[in-house]
Design a protein around this ligand. Structure first.
Ligand code: AHM
Ligand code: MG
Length: 321
């Protein structure tokens, strides 16, 4: 007798990418598929390995994580331009690569010593065929991303991935198999949920619109919101994706441009949020995916999360504009 409880039709990341590639249609070359598989897996393995061997301070792990990411992108032969949070300049690789990759190799690294979840954020642009390969090639709005996502190395290793025009799908690493398994297909964010996530220690620097919004959700609703702030964007974003609510890192008087980086923190997360049914805007209430950086490491304020919650933010900010 076959036990119907046992899942026999497992979708691994490899299978998923092969199948998605078909559905993308004739424009798909397979290059992108190859890139993701390499990037996520190799980076993850490298991260775990180096942590065990060195047990070293967070700075070192940042550097190691970055080197692993850079080397895997370089050796793929598919990437022409790479922007990493850890590299001052954009890296340009020789060869026939058609893609530009933007990444934060270990986001949330200031939390590493405390065992808090960290992760890798990434976005992928397809370059024009005649692109020379320079930093300016990636000064693009997030609407140009062909794919984006992030990993989170926590109680389990999770990978969230979205391809332009597609769903947001969640995978969990099966350590025994060494494969990411599709465990959260078509992740949809609840339209609203009473959870807010912001570094409230900065509230004295906030502008009046920002103060009013957070006061409103704490003081004026039927019941107060729950506060949840991990201080590691991948973890706060993952929770927001699963449960709903809002995550914000507003621009303020101390950081007039915000803290988080447009290319490899804000834009990829905004793409994930939107494709899961949520929204993401900057501190001027402009759609985050339409913000164009003028420099690869430019920052922005960001508000992202459940659709209705961002509508409320916009309404309150409109009074002050
Ligand atoms: P990092 O890329 O140097 O790790 O900085 C980004 C992190 C995010 O993960 C997190 O949302 C934010 O910085 C937390 O900042 P703060 O400590 O100011 O609240
Ligand atoms: Mg970061």
């Amino acid at each position: 007798k076959v036990n119907s409880e046992i899942q026999t039709d497992i979708v691994t990341l490899t299978r998923y990418l092969t199948e998605t590639q078909h559905s993308i249609g004739t424009a798909a070359t397979g290059d992108f598929t190859y890139y993701i598989r390499r990037a996520t897996l190799i980076n993850l393995v490298g991260l775990a390995g180096s942590e065990n061997k060195t047990g070293d301070e967070q700075k070192k792990l940042d550097v190691i994580g970055n080197e692993i990411f850079v080397n895997s992108m370089k050796s793929s032969g598919k990437v022409k331009v790479l922007v990493s949070e850890e590299e001052e300049e954009a890296l340009v690789f020789q060869g026939a690569g058609k893609y530009a990759v933007v990444c934060d190799p270990i986001d949330g690294s200031s939390n590493l010593d405390a065992g808090v979840s960290v992760g890798t954020i990434f976005g992928i642009f397809r370059l024009d065929d005649d692109a020379e390969g320079k930093a300016e090639d990636v000064l693009l709005p997030g609407t140009e991303l062909v794919a984006a996502g992030f990993t989170m190395y926590g109680a389990s290793a999770n990978l969230v991935l979205t391809v332009k025009g597609g769903n947001v799908d969640g995978f969990t690493l099966d350590n025994a198999l060494g494969e990411f398994i599709l465990t959260h297909p078509n992740m949809r964010m609840p339209k609203s949920r009473s959870i807010y996530s912001v570094n409230e220690g900065n509230s004295r620097y906030w502008d009046d619109a920002c103060k009013e919004y957070f006061n409103t959700i704490k003081e004026k609703g039927e019941k107060p919101y729950s506060a949840r702030y991990i201080g590691s964007m991948v973890a706060d974003a993952y929770r927001t994706l699963c449960y709903g609510g809002i995550f914000a890192y507003p621009a303020d008087r101390k950081s007039p441009k915000g803290k988080l980086r447009i290319l490899y923190e804000c834009a990829p997360m905004a793409m994930v949020m939107e494709q899961a049914g949520g929204q993401a805007v900057d501190s001027n209430m402009k759609r985050m995916l339409e913000v164009i950086p003028t420099h690869i490491h430019d920052r922005s304020g960001i508000f992202m999360g459940s659709y209705d919650e961002i509508e409320t933010v916009k309404k309150i900010f409109a009074k002050y504009q």
